[in-house]
Design a binder for this molecule. Structure first.
Ligand code: UDP
Ligand code: MG
Length: 321
């Protein structure tokens, strides 16, 4: 039986690309409807992430002309990940499956059929994985690789060369909604949901208009969030360092005593050296242990809302679970 698909597209200052994106997605989705791959209730849902330009006006206009276009308007800019979750959590009440993609259509939309096929074959999550990074700059390529390596080294399970182009079934989305953390790093969380998954490869294109909304500063913040909300290893490293220095302090202790017994030291040197090492070691060790607890508390306490929805443009009744 065919099912309902929602495309979820976070948009931040995308007035330059939105019309064209809407046109291309409409073609694609109409084609899939005609082929009976998806129901006619399927939608293209834009999430306006507090854009400062005409993005929301364009979404409203698209919706008024054709209600296959729906919209969610966030109260302010909350960043790509939160905008995406806002869209997915809204779509989950109406759709059987969602596909998230960027407004600039850098992710090849021709593989949407393959995603849906995999879904019908029983996958709850389908990851879009880039087959090459030809269009990325050398800088972006190397930093992306370094980031994946680092994440894996820190024990976070992420899919290599997968961004946020993925299909999720309704029950995978329900699983996602159970993750209440504020520091959201979807690429790390989605594998934790479980269920059967599959991978579809695609080529990534250049942005066809406008500029990247991910400057270096946002990219770094994103990477840092990814690490600190998934791993307390950095804190463990401090603890380890503490242990190490504490151990070294014993060597320093023996050395200082030996030098002292041989009588070639100034008065007070021995006690000073030993205390510097010992106290330094103990301090670092304690800091690490405290940090471990602070890290735990930090992960649990911040129960702030991830986004606030200001307006919704969807003309469809919610599905029962
Ligand atoms: N985006 C967003 N909020 C932000 C920044 C970006 O919703 O604060 C959206 C943006 O509109 C686009 C997607 O996230 O649909 C990816 O952004 P972009 O294409 O600029 O990133 P890049 O492809 O350069 O990594
Ligand atoms: Mg892009």
């Amino acid at each position: 039986m065919k099912q309902t698909l929602y495309l979820v597209i976070p948009c931040y200052n995308e007035e330059e690309v939105l019309q064209e994106t809407a046109k291309r997605l409409l073609e694609k989705i109409s084609f899939m409807m005609e082929k009976d791959q998806i129901t006619r209730e399927s939608k293209i849902m834009f999430v306006n992430d507090g854009s400062k330009d005409k993005t929301w006006n364009i979404i409203e206009e698209l919706h008024s002309k054709n209600n296959i276009f729906s919209g969610v308007n966030l109260s302010r800019n909350k960043g790509h990940q939160n905008a995406l979750v806002a869209g997915l959590m809204t779509a989950k009440d109406y759709a059987d499956m969602t596909i998230s993609l960027d407004a600039d259509l850098q992710d090849d939309i021709e593989v949407i059929d393959k995603f849906v096929e995999e879904y019908y074959n029983g996958s709850d999550i389908v990851y879009g994985v880039r087959s090459s990074r030809k269009t990325d700059s050398f800088f972006k390529k190397t930093t992306a690789l370094a980031f994946y390596k680092l994440m894996n080294g820190l024990g976070v399970d992420v899919m290599y060369n997968h961004a946020d182009y993925r299909l999720m079934s309704k029950r995978a989305l329900e699983g996602l909604s159970e993750f209440k953390e504020v520091n959201l790093f979807l690429r790390g969380i989605v594998p934790l949901i479980g269920y059967k998954y599959s991978v579809v490869e695609y080529e990534r294109h250049e942005r066809f208009a406008g500029e990247s909304k991910y400057p270096l500063s946002k990219m770094l913040a994103f990477a840092w969030d990814g690490i600190t909300s998934f791993s307390i290893k950095p804190i463990r490293i401090i603890t380890g360092l503490g242990f190490f220095i504490f151990a070294v302090s014993f060597v320093a202790l023996i050395y200082s005593v030996v030098v002292n017994l041989r009588g070639n030291t100034v008065t007070g040197w021995t006690s000073l050296t030993v205390s510097i090492w010992m106290i330094g070691g103990i301090q670092l060790l304690s800091l690490g242990v405290i940090g471990e607890y602070v890290g735990k508390i930090y992960n649990e306490t911040k129960k702030r809302p991830r986004y606030i929805i200001a307006d919704k443009l969807i003309e469809q009744v919610k599905k029962d679970n």
